[in-house]
Design a protein around this ligand. Structure first.
Ligand code: ZN
Ligand code: ZN
Length: 147
């Protein structure tokens, strides 16, 4: 059974097969602004296992940082995926857009170095100052972190 998700208004729908390679809460300032949230749960799935079911024409894109394309529904504003130029084989999807139970558990926090000062992390999961090992661009200089 594929895992499915979509935007608030229902125009944009997607699904993917298999288990995500990673699932983390991102605390960076760009994700916080884009989603209007304290932290954003992301899952990284293989691009070949991911497909849009409907509403591709309703997607809008925004590049806050070169190399990162944030795609969202142009009608309801739901943030859906982040495409990363250096990782064409992966799709980073906003877990808040998943339907119901997806069998995915958050395994840690990233970019806690730029966490909102008013937000307290209250679990014991690993915290990474920026990217965890194995994620992120090859050059650390292209970090998405922005204090
Ligand atoms: Zn929508
Ligand atoms: Zn982020």
């Amino acid at each position: 059974m594929p895992t499915s998700g979509g935007c608030l208004c229902g125009r944009v729908r997607y699904e993917f097969d298999g288990v995500p390679a990673a699932a983390l809460n991102c605390h960076c300032s760009l994700c916080r602004k884009a989603h209007g949230a304290a932290a954003i749960a992301f899952a990284v799935v293989r691009a070949k296992n991911f497909r849009w079911l409907s509403g591709v024409e309703d997607l809008a894109s925004y590049n806050a940082t070169s190399g990162f394309t944030r795609q969202f529904c142009r009608h309801c504003g739901s943030q859906l995926v982040v495409l990363e130029d250096w990782n064409p084989r992966g799709v980073t999807l906003a877990m808040g857009s998943l339907d119901g139970e997806a069998g995915i558990t958050i395994e840690g926090h990233m970019f806690v170095g730029s966490k909102a000062p008013w937000h307290e992390i209250s679990d014991n999961l690993p915290q990474h100052r920026a990217w965890p090992a194995g994620l992120g661009p090859p050059s650390a200089a292209r970090s998405e972190e922005q204090d």
